[in-house]
Structures are given as structure tokens and as C-alpha cells.
Design a protein around this ligand. Structure first.
Ligand code: TRP
Length: 333
């Protein structure tokens, strides 16, 4: 049986952090053996905020390097830049004719942006979900690994697919569904206890894949703790739970259990926990950081990866566009 088709887009803005690693990249790496995966850097999407042209390539190359360093294998998946596949904007145009202003204006992520950047409410921002639908439908994907915040966009992609199918009388586009990992995804919080780790905010409480050993140590040692539990087996506040989650994913089982016991019998010393965590975290990030840095210094290598990815992605995209044109009636020669 042929493998199911998976698509996911990676934002090209900001530095990748531990939350991205455990929330998304690890999922991708797991999927690459059992699915036909198309993973792309969403560089066209990033134009909604008008990034400096000097930064664009740097951002795209860094995201590619960090994903490959984290275990994504460009031989197994199609890893490409969205802008290298002109069939995506072509499908976006077709789908725009089936997307309505009213429904686009109601999307919560759009309303957030309007609130956050009232001076730049451009049409690209409004039609962001249509471009995202094109990203997915161009490969006629059935599974999309995305977080909760993207589920509404995915529902819109299903609506656009169905509208196309209804209007042009065919089962041309399958309905893409959210992909959920079999296991529970680890949720990583910011080290100051305020929400999630972030690509651009909370920089001192977020561990980036590009952080050096000393930066990691400093950030972990400054992580929020308290004076410790006074009752045995107390419930942990979120910021303490987060340190245990981090210990669990980067340290040995013995270390994790011994600190957990110490917490439960009220003998825990958070300074010791953090010192241990800092060393384990530094050792965990180090090989990823070093590999990503090596790759980033080898522009030719990244270009080669992107080119190879674009070739794979275009093969499937050309077939979809040819089919869509024909169904629409663009069939002149
Ligand atoms: N909107 C997604 C995000 O903000 C990125 C994205 C763009 C995407 N196109 C996609 C994700 C297609 C999955 C499929 O993270």
C-alpha cells in the first residue's frame, strides 16, 4: 500500500526552541519513516509582516539547518521552501475564489493580528488560511501535524476542499485531518512560569537550539522555583512540574526518580536539581547546535537540500494543478 501523505509548514521567523523541538520536530522525525512527508519552510507566509530582505534567506537557511540537525532526513522527506513551488500560489488563487471575506474576517488568528498590528492589515493576512489550505491540498495530503492553535485553519482547508469538490463535481481533494502523535506530546513551559517558550519573547526563559552551554546553564539556574514543599507528596506548581518534565526528557531515569523522591519527601534542593538539569540540557542541545552551525556554514549543502526537496514537491504539485485546471475548465490545448 502506498504511504499516506503528510504536509506541515514550518514558520521561518525566530529561533527554534525546546518547545518546537518536543512539540513539532520530534513528531516530524517520527513520521518520516511511515508516511510520505512534505515539510516546507513557510517563507511566503512570513511576508505578511514584511521581513527585511537581508534576513529572509538567513532565516530560511537557519530553519532548514536546525530541522536537519534535529533529525529530519532530507533523503526521506521532501524538505523545501514554499516559494520554490509556484503551483502553491496558483492553487491559492483558485481557492481564493471559493473563500469568503466574512468567514476569513472571523478567524481568531486574523482578529488577533488586527489587534496586534492595526497598521498592517493586508490582504495576505486575511487570506492566510487560504494559502495554508493550498500548502496542504497541493499534495492532496490526508494528515497534518499541527498544534491546537492551527486546528481552525485546518478546518477551513477541509471546507475549501469540499467546496472545490462540490463545485467541480469530483472527489479530487481528500479532507486533511489533524495528525496526533500516538504518545502524549510533552508540553514545555517558559522557565519563568509565564506561558509557553517563545520564538521571540521571554528570550531569557526560553532554551533555543542555538544556545551555547553557558547560556543554557545561566537560564536554567535562573528558572523560577520556590522554597519547596512542606507536606509530603504535594502537588507541584506548574513551573516546578516543568523542570521535572525537562529533567525527564534530557536526564537519566535514575536522576529523574531520585529528584522526584526528594520532592515527595520534602528534602528536595532545587539548586541541585537545576545544576543537574543544566548539565544534561547542555549535553542534549550541544550536538544539535553544533550540527546546525556546521550546516549553516555550508550554504551549498542547504541549497542542495532545498533544491532536491523542491523537485520532489513539484512533482506532486504539478499533477494536482493539472487535475484542478482540467476540472475548472482550463483546458485549451
Ligand atoms: N500556520 C502554521 C503555523 O503558524 C504554519 C503553516 C503554514 C502550516 N502552512 C501550513 C502548517 C500547512 C501545516 C500545514 O505554525
Amino acid at each position: 500500500m502506498s504511504k499516506e501523505i503528510v504536509v506541515s509548514g514550518i514558520r521561518s521567523t525566530g529561533y527554534l526552541h525546546l518547545g518546537n523541538y518536543f512539540g513539532a520536530i520530534q513528531n516530524y522525525v517520527e513520521m518520516q519513516n511511515s508516511y510520505n512527508c512534505y515539510f516546507f519552510v513557510a517563507d511566503y507566509h512570513s511576508l505578511t509582516t514584511h521581513p527585511d530582505p537581508k534576513d529572509l534567506k538567513k532565516n530560511v537557511f537557519r530553519v532548514v539547518a536546525e530541522n536537519v540537525a534535529s533529525g529530519l532526513d532530507p533523503e526521506k522527506v521532501a524538505l523545501y521552501a514554499q516559494s520554490d513551488v509556484p503551483e502553491i500560489p496558483e492553487l491559492y488563487l483558485m481557492l481564493n475564489m471559493l473563500a469568503y471575506k466574512g468567514e476569513l474576517e472571523k478567524v481568531p488568528t486574523f482578529k488577533d493580528k488586527v489587534r496586534m498590528q492595526p497598521d498592517n492589515v493586508n490582504a495576505g493576512l486575511l487570506t492566510y488560511p487560504v494559502l495554508m489550505a493550498a500548502d496542504i491540498l497541493i499534495h492532496r495530503a490526508v494528515k497534518v501535524p499541527v498544534g491546537k492553535d492551527q486546528e481552525q485553519h485546518l478546518e477551513m482547508a477541509r471546507n475549501f476542499a469540499n467546496r472545490f469538490n462540490t463545485r467541480y463535481g469530483s472527489e479530487f481533494f481528500p479532507e486533511p485531518q489533524v495528525y496526533r502523535a500516538n504518545h502524549e506530546t510533552v508540553k514545555i513551559m517558559s522557565l519563568d512560569g509565564n506561558g509557553k517558550m517563545s520564538k521571540s519573547e521571554n528570550v531569557n526563559s526560553t532554551i533555543y537550539l542555538s544556545d551555547d552551554d553557558d547560556t543554557i546553564r545561566k537560564k536554567i539556574m535562573k528558572a523560577k522555583t520556590d522554597s519547596g514543599p512542606t507536606e509530603p507528596n504535594s502537588e507541584m506548581p506548574d513551573y516546578i512540574k516543568n523542570l521535572f518534565v525537562l529533567l525527564q526528557v534530557t536526564s537519566t531515569k535514575e536522576n529523574y526518580e531520585s529528584f522526584l523522591n526528594a520532592y515527595n519527601n520534602c528534602t528536595i534542593r532545587f539548586g541541585d536539581l537545576k545544576r543537574q538539569l543544566a548539565e544534561d540540557m547542555a549535553a542534549f542541545i550541544r550536538p544539535i547546535r553544533e550540527k546546525a552551525a556546521d550546516l549553516q556554514n555550508d550554504e551549498q549543502m542547504i541549497s542542495k537540500i532545498l533544491k532536491q526537496g523542491a523537485e520532489k514537491a513539484r512533482e506532486s504539485s504539478l499533477a494536482t494543478i493539472a487535475g484542478a485546471r482540467k476540472l475548472i475548465g482550463i483546458n485549451y490545448y
